[in-house]
Design a protein around this ligand. Structure first.
Ligand code: ADP
Ligand code: MG
Length: 246
């Protein structure tokens, strides 16, 4: 579903991604861990082309995301591609002047030309899923951080994406609000949503992911099933990192 080949990216003289390869099967959940500054966010952002790679390829379901096209055509192409990827960031970025319902229905109505009733029905279904149907007419300012993040997930899901990208979705939350958001991700995992999850919560990563990828200084140091990475890591760098976090 997602394939990254030899991704390289520098900011000035600082090479942040040094030839990353990554492959995510349909329905697979890949957890990405690694120290701060190792390039995790840059990698996720490169997957939906919020960052432009210096070299390398990104593919989504058989379509090259970063293919070379004349400017106008590329804009059209990338907009189409982005509609198929849901992204949830650390900060919720809900539209403050729109209700929960409007936040969720806006993109489907605007970009997918969904009718109002159809968009609302889907929003209701998703709000039921994330446990917030009672809050459908609230404005974001009335929601807790955990609730906002669950709305952000529902909003991303409303575009019926092929893959969901989570970048430390819970790291800005008060500790008591983390579980309600993680629970939604676990629910999606059960429904076989393809997901890339950047997290610093090792226990959660171990519970939700099929595959763990440990990044450090722009390279994938080690990758494998959670049992292996967390219980019997092969590389000293992985062991050093886990000693600090487990
Ligand atoms: P992580 O998410 O693993 O903490 P990032 O991908 O955010 O790492 O950042 C990797 C490195 O790239 C860091 O050193 C960061 O300072 C740098 N970096 C990220 N974005 C930019 C940018 N837009 N301009 C300059 N440097 C950046
Ligand atoms: Mg980051």
């Amino acid at each position: 579903m997602v394939e990254v080949r030899q991704a390289r990216k520098s900011f000035g003289a600082h090479e942040v991604l040094k030839g990353i390869d990554l492959s995510v099967e349909r329905g697979q959940i890949v957890g990405i861990i690694g120290p701060s500054g190792s390039g995790k966010s840059t990698l996720l952002r490169a997957i939906n082309h919020l960052e432009t790679l210096d070299s390398g390829e990104v593919w989504l379901d058989g379509v090259q995301v970063n293919k070379t096209l004349p400017h106008r055509q590329f804009e059209k192409h990338i907009n189409q591609v982005r509609q198929q990827m849901g992204m949830v960031f650390q900060h919720f970025n809900l539209f403050p002047h729109l209700t929960v319902l409007e936040n969720i229905t806006m993109a489907p109505m605007l970009l997918k030309k969904s009718g109002k009733a159809e968009a609302r029905a889907l929003a209701e279904e998703l709000l039921n899923k994330v446990g917030l149907i009672d809050h459908i007419d609230y404005y974001p300012s009335r929601l807790s951080g955990g609730q906002k993040q669950r709305v952000a997930i529902a909003r991303a899901l409303a575009m019926q994406p092929k893959v969901m990208l989570f970048d430390e979705a819970t790291s800005a939350l008060d500790p008591e609000l983390v579980d309600e958001v993680n629970l939604v991700m676990k629910q999606l995992a059960k429904e076989h949503m393809t997901m890339l999850i950047v997290t610093h919560e090792m226990r959660f990563a171990g519970e939700v992911a099929d595959e763990i990828l440990f990044m450090d200084e722009g390279v994938v140091v080690e990758q494998g099933p959670p049992q292996k990475i967390f219980s019997a890591p092969e590389k000293e760098r992985t062991r050093g990192f886990l000693r600090k976090y487990l």
